[in-house]
Design a protein around this ligand. Structure first.
Ligand SMILES: Cc1cc2nc3c(=O)[nH]c(=O)nc-3n(C[C@H](O)[C@H](O)[C@H](O)COP(=O)(O)OP(=O)(O)OC[C@H]3O[C@@H](n4cnc5c(N)ncnc54)[C@H](O)[C@@H]3O)c2cc1C
Length: 591
């Protein structure tokens, strides 16, 4: 069973991501270390004692659709109620609408814990968070005053409706249409697929954020607008009124996250019998600028999905370690007891468990560093705010893609550590692996994240921002040398080499982009993102080890530098030398 690693989470926030310095700077208001610790500890208790025990019901029973109504797994509705009553939905929400206005760093740390307890539960509030942010930034005062407080408290949940059968990664192809109703509202017609928590029984109203086209809109993404479409319209007195013409036409049968309803949402099909067809909605932001407004939601959501990868990796690691200490097979040099040794004594299993631990910590560090950058961009001003915004932009695709790939990789190793029992559902190792698999796909596939990193983020500030970040990573090697701690072995040299390789790959890609060699640059995007993350991870593990000089952290950092960081050299070769053969061999695939 999952136990929230509250101390590790607090340590990473404070000493790796930068929370401690941020608190000292006063930029985060009067938030104290004690309050941070108290919040994390209570979130850890809730995730461990209340969310995790309901995981199994979510996976086994899943969400059920009957007569356009969705019933969530047994106990989940009550869990959600206790969760919002605890104020957890409002943690990072805007204070002017009832939120606690705490830094995103805390919100993301808590989100990790909910997702570790049950990812299918944690995903719901993520979408509400995104809706809050989009409305706060782009909606009219009237929409804000009607919807924001209820979304911030969690009394209502939000959804995000982009995907259509013909429009997945490419939103140019979006067809859902919005017709002006003449009274300032719009009528929405179309079908959205794969909508997470599109229908459920957690809350009595659901606020859908929907991308659609106006009648005279230009083609492509410049003709997309964002609309707010509630499940129930509001009466003048603020109570729930008429049922809107939007309903759930089907639930997907999925590989994992069974507790989370993935809905086909049908707009304007005449579901609400006593009104003209068309789901009633209101424009959020400007006409034809919907994608920009939606991107406010998506950047937030990308970090939130990245943290799902961390969450699954953490739970899988805990489970594998517990199993490896219990399961006995074979003999081992370090085992002095009777009979067969617990498998944790075998070097190969130690490699598995250390790889899981190290990758989980790397992914967590990157995600928390991103949350820190977002907090700083909001709290600071002028040049500093711009710097932090660029840092957040740079780390968003890395956090999303690397952390979710790590969720899959680590949960797969977790299955392996369990042997045959890993493939059997009883142990729960398999279900983590199943759950993890969606995260590299939704919120922009990891391939799309890599393209974003290379084609947009490497060019920020004329290419200087990423170079500054890489220079910062290099400082960690100097930190090891200055510490003179022998336990690091050759870690400083390994970090130097990885950072030099990352610089070479980065400059290679920047040059290619400047020369207009887009295809070769994009061919290297996925290996580059991994090279970037693994190198950044080394620096974060070093900084963690230097922060408290604990023997365990230094040993783990050295293990990472000796055993895992070497992959970056091979990735560099793929980035700078792999594209020609890839494109040549790829020609044969076109048919
Ligand atoms: C369980 C679940 C929940 C979801 N929840 C939501 C939700 O709440 N709201 C919502 O709107 N959507 C949701 N989605 C949809 C999800 O965001 C999409 O599935 C995702 O964006 C990918 O789109 P697609 O499935 O059409 O794949 P495609 O776009 O068809 O992609 C197929 C493959 O081609 C690659 N590819 C596509 N274009 C390019 C390109 N230009 N360059 C290189 N490679 C490319 C992709 O990386 C991918 O590997 C959900 C999906 C699932 C399965």
């Amino acid at each position: 069973m999952y136990r929230a690693p509250v101390d590790e989470i607090a340590f990473t926030l404070k000493h790796v991501a930068g929370l401690e310095k941020a608190l000292e700077s006063g930029l985060l208001g009067d938030l104290s270390q004690d309050l941070v610790d108290a919040i994390l500890s209570e979130a850890g208790r809730f995730a461990t004692e209340e969310v995790a025990p309901l995981y199994r019901a979510g996976d086994r029973q899943g969400a059920i659709l009957k007569d356009a109504a969705v019933t969530t797994p047994p106990g989940w509705k009550e869990l959600y109620r206790r969760w919002i009553d605890g104020g957890w939905n409002a943690l990072s929400g805007p204070p002017e609408h009832g939120g606690q206005g705490l830094p995103l760093m805390l919100g993301i740390a808590a989100l990790e814990m909910w997702n570790s307890g049950a990812m299918a539960f944690g995903i719901g509030p993520t979408l509400t968070m995104g809706a809050v942010e989009a409305l706060e930034k782009h909606a009219s005062e009237e929409l804000k005053s009607t919807y924001l407080a209820k979304l911030v408290s969690g009394e209502w949940m939000g959804t995000m409706n982009l995907t259509e059968p013909q429009a997945g990664s490419d939103l140019n192809a979006l067809k859902t249409r919005a017709e002006p109703a003449g009274d300032g509202a719009y009528r929405i017609f179309g079908t959205k697929i794969f909508i997470t928590y599109g229908e459920h029984d957690f809350t009595d109203n659901i606020v859908h954020m929907v991308l659609a086209r106006l009648p005279d809109a230009p083609a492509g993404t410049r003709g997309i607008s964002l609309f707010l479409v509630p499940k129930f319209l509001m009466k003048a007195d603020g109570s729930l009124g008429q049922r809107n013409d939007v309903f759930c036409g089907g639930l997907e049968h999925k590989l994992g996250i069974h507790g989370s309803p993935t809905c086909t949402m049908i707009y304007g099909d005449g579901f609400a019998k006593d009104q003209p067809p068309g789901a009633i909605g209101w424009l959020v932001g400007e006409e034809n600028r919907g994608l920009a407004a939606m991107f406010t939601m998506m950047n937030n959501a990308r970090l939130a999905v990245g943290i799902q990868g961390v969450a699954i990796a953490e739970t899988a690691t805990q489970k594998a370690l517990a199993y490896a200490r219990e399961r006995r097979q074979g003999k081992a040099a370090t085992y002095r007891g009777d009979g067969m040794a617990p498998i944790v004594h075998h070097p190969d299993i130690k490699r598995d468990l250390l790889t899981m631990t190290a990758l989980t910590r790397v992914a967590r560090s990157i995600c928390y560093a991103l949350a820190h950058a977002i907090d700083m961009a909001r709290a600071d001003d002028g040049e500093a705010a711009r710097h932090w915004l660029e840092r957040a932009n740079l780390l968003t695709p890395v956090a999303k893609a690397f952390a979710t790939d790590t969720g899959v990789a680590v949960s797969s190793i977790g299955v392996q550590v369990h042997g045959g029992m890993g493939f059997i559902e009883e142990t729960g190792a398999a279900s983590l692996y199943r759950d993890a698999r969606i995260a590299p796909i939704y919120e922009g596939t990891n391939g799309i994240q890599a393209i974003d990193l290379v084609s947009r983020k490497l060019l920020q500030s004329d290419g200087e921002h990423v170079l500054g970040y890489i220079a910062e990573l290099g400082e960690s090697a100097a930190g090891i040398r200055a510490s003179e701690l022998p336990g690091f072995g050759h870690s400083a040299e390994a970090v130097d080499k990885a950072v030099a390789d990352l610089l070479e790959s980065t400059q290679f890609l920047q040059e290619a982009l400047k020369d207009g060699d887009i295809e070769p640059a994009l061919a290297g995007a996925t290996p580059y993102l991994r090279q970037f993350a693994l190198t950044a991870g080394a620096a974060y593990l070093v900084n963690a080890a230097l922060a408290d000089e604990a023997a365990e952290r230094i040993a783990l950092c050295r293990f990472y530098c000796d055993n895992l960081l070497g992959e970056t050299a091979a990735l560099k070769e793929a980035v700078v030398g792999g594209s020609e053969s890839l494109l040549k061999a790829g020609a044969a695939l076109l048919g």
